[in-house]
Every structure is written in C-alpha cells, then in structure tokens.
Design a protein around this ligand. Structure first.
Ligand SMILES: *Cc1c(COP(=O)(O)O)cnc(C)c1O
Length: 418
C-alpha cells in the first residue's frame, strides 16, 4: 500500500462500532466491568481492556495505532502535547547524572526543556549540526541519548539519519528524532535506523490547527543495558516492548500528560489527508522559496532549494521534498515587521503545519528565552521571518509576499532619503 491508501485502508484502520469509518469519540473517564476480578486483570495488564482514560482510551488507542503504522514502529503512545511527548520520551530513559547530546536550531520549547532538565541533574551538550563529526567528541561515559529534529524548526538543518544512527549505535546510544516537520510522508526515521520518533501532532498530523497533542513511536530495536539505564531493568522481561512498557506504566502515566479523546478524534480526521496536504504544502513552499530567492532584499533558507547545503540529502532521504517551512531574512527587524504586517493571506501566529500559511518573527517570540548563540545557531536573526506554508494557491502566496516586499522596499527607501 502506498502512503495515501495506507492512511485510509491500513491495518491500523479498523471497522469501528456500528461500522463507523472513524472511531467514536470515547469521551469518558472510566470503564466499568462485570466483576472486581476482571477489573483487577485489566489493571494488571493480564486482560485487554481500558480502565481509565489517563492510562488508555479507545479513540486515543486508534490514533496511536494509525501513527505507529505510518512510522513503521512497534508501538506508539499519545500525549497531551508535543512537549509532553518529548519530556516523557527522555525522562523514560534519563536520570540524574546523565548527559544528552542534541542538535542546534531546534524548536525553542525543546531548548527551554533541556535548560529545565538541568535542575534534575541532566545536562545537554549541543552540537552545531547533528553529524557524526560533531557528535563524536562530545560522547562521554555519561552520555545516554542523542536527540535531534529531522528538519530543524526553525534552523532547517537536515539530519542524515542513517549515518548518525549507525554511529550512535556504535556508542550504545539511542537516537531520538523529532520528526514533526518532516512527517512520515517525507521519511520514516525508524526505517533508517532511528530508535524513537516523536511528533508534535498539533502540527502537520492534525493539519487543521484545532488540537494540541504529541506522540512517541518506538521502533523496539534498541537494546537497553540495565547498567546504563537502571530504570529499564524491571522492564527488560518485555523484550522489544521494554521502552513502551516502562513509559506506559511509569513516567508517562504518572505525570498525567495523556491525550484528550476529543483531540485524538480530531487528529484522526485530520491525518487522513496528511499525504495530500504535505504534497501541496511542499510544492507551495518550494515555489514560494524560489520566487523569494529572485526577490530583491530577501535571502531565503529552504532545504530543497538548488543552492541549499542539504539539497542532496533532501533528494536522497526526503524524496526531494523540503517540508513546509522556510525562513527569510529581509534586512532589519523593522523591515521584517513591515513585511509581516502587509501580508494579506499569512496569519501572524505561532504554529506550523496548519492548512493556512502562518508567519512569525522567531527572535521576539519562540526564541525569546534563548541566548544570542542559540539564536544564531538556529538561523534566528533580528530580521528572520519563519513561514509555515499552507495549502492556498501558490500564485496567491507568491503575489502576496513579493508585493509586500516591493512595498516595504519603496517605503524603506523613501524613509532613508528623508
Ligand atoms: C511545536 C513543536 C513542538 C512542541 O509541540 P507542542 O505540541 O506545541 O507541545 C516540538 N517540536 C517541534 C519541531 C515543533 O514544531
């Protein structure tokens, strides 16, 4: 089955109650059983079933299965947000004294989280680019995981998944990748050797910008050494399911970052068009990036541009698609604001992966808590605008951006003459 067919007819798509084509919204906290004995069995994982929606819920389960199938994983676990997913995915394996190696140019909230983890004795070492050459010198006997974004948001660096995965495995380290911006339409990181894939499904998966959520998918292939990951010891009896079993019975359940049933439903409806949207979004993003590259006063960063350093990797690893995000620089912060304020179709909003085109000035918003070095490493300069391209008609988007740029150039010039 190809991608779009799998979205609608894959193994994870079940016949739901009464022949429903999408699962009913199981808007309920608790599930009752005929006997106390049966409830005990469900609680103890000795019988299938649902007990309480913080732990599992039918429509959330249906969403997890669909994402898991698309990523080719062993199992998935949905969370209340992308940040909840990243937090749980890391805390499931890290403890005080451990070190993490992470790429730069990542989502601002993730960088903030790494800062928060310091208080719990977990240190993060950043590389400029997540490559073998840059990771190698930072590995110590305390390193326990390597984390990156397949396409960095907003840095737009692309990780060579296979080479990084092969290398970190020689160091007995798992590779955790946030694939929010790539989506399984562009790449399945697990198939290239990544161990755990994380999504902020608030973005492209949902697509309509109507539910915040996250999801963790485990490939089940990493062999957890109980000496290096002491918390994993009690779960090794689950074999390849050790990581997922520990998550579901431990930190994820107890921290309470479960996905609301209604949001799982909205994600399922949204993700059925993931392939169609990504195709259009990537096409639009490339056309807009190319048009802006020809526009005076604008510099563009987009991974699928001929001139981009990642062009070849995009070709080989991402089926030639550069994703839906581009960043542009227009000279000064004032020019960036003028351009943003003149756009007719792009909403000024802090989100990505919406059907609508969205723009934001990262330095004053999502990178507000980051230092100058972190901003620079992410390509976040005072004049940087991030564009999350939507599914509008490309000609309208191109016209909107290029006309706005022309207007601000004239305005800027006049002002200088005065
Ligand atoms: C938005 C985003 C997150 C955080 O997800 P939330 O659902 O907003 O918590 C994490 N990683 C990336 C790449 C993102 O774009």
């Amino acid at each position: 089955m190809e991608f779009n067919t799998k979205l609608l007819h894959g193994n994870a798509v079940k016949r739901y109650q009464d022949g429903a084509t999408v699962p009913p919204i199981s808007q309920v906290n608790a599930f009752s059983y005929d006997s106390a004995e049966q409830l005990e069995k469900v609680f103890d994982n000795r019988a299938p079933g649902f007990a309480y929606s913080r732990i599992s819920n039918p429509v959330v389960d249906a969403f997890e299965q669909r994402v898991n199938e698309l990523e080719g994983g062993l199992g998935a676990l949905a969370c209340s947000s992308g940040m909840a997913a990243i937090t749980a995915a890391l805390l499931n394996i890290l403890q005080e004294g451990d070190e993490l190696i992470a790429g730069n140019g990542l989502f601002g909230g993730t960088i903030d989280l790494f800062q928060d983890l310091k208080a719990f004795g977990i240190q993060t070492k950043f590389v400029h680019h997540l490559t073998v050459e840059e990771i190698e010198p930072l590995v110590t006997d305390k390193t326990r995981a390597v984390f990156g974004e397949v396409i960095g948001n907003p840095g737009l660096d692309v990780v060579d998944i296979r080479s990084v995965a092969d290398f970190v495995h020689t160091k007995k380290l798992p590779l955790l990748l946030d694939s929010t911006t790539a989506t399984p339409y562009l790449v399945q990181p697990l198939a290239l050797g990544a161990d755990i894939v994380i999504h902020s499904s608030s973005k492209y998966m949902n697509g309509g910008g109507n539910a915040v959520s996250g999801v963790i998918v485990d490939g089940g292939r990493f062999s957890w050494d109980a000496k290096r990951y002491p918390g994993m010891k009690a779960y090794l009896k689950h074999g390849p399911f050790a990581y997922l079993a520990k998550l579901r019975n431990g930190i994820w359940r107890n921290m309470g970052g479960c996905l609301a049933p209604m949001n799982a439903f909205l994600n399922i409806v949204g993700m059925e068009t993931l392939g169609l949207r990504m195709e259009k979004i990537c096409e639009n993003a490339k056309l807009l990036a190319q048009a802006l590259q020809q526009t005076e006063g604008v510099t563009v960063n987009y991974p699928a541009l001929e001139t981009n350093v990642y062009k070849q990797l995009v070709q080989e690893q991402l089926h030639g698609m550069g994703g839906g995000i581009l960043t542009i620089r227009v000279g000064t912060k004032e020019q960036a604001y003028r351009l943003m304020n003149r756009l007719k179709f792009a909403c000024k909003a802090t989100n990505i992966g919406d059907v609508r085109t969205l723009v934001i000035h990262p330095a004053s918003t999502i990178y507000l808590h980051s230092n100058e070095q972190q901003k620079e490493a992410a390509g976040v300069y005072p004049d940087t605008i991030r564009v999350s391209v939507g599914i509008e008609d490309a000609q309208d988007l191109i016209h909107d951006f290029t006309e706005a740029q022309k207007e601000i150039s004239v305005y800027g010039g006049r002002k200088e003459r005065r």
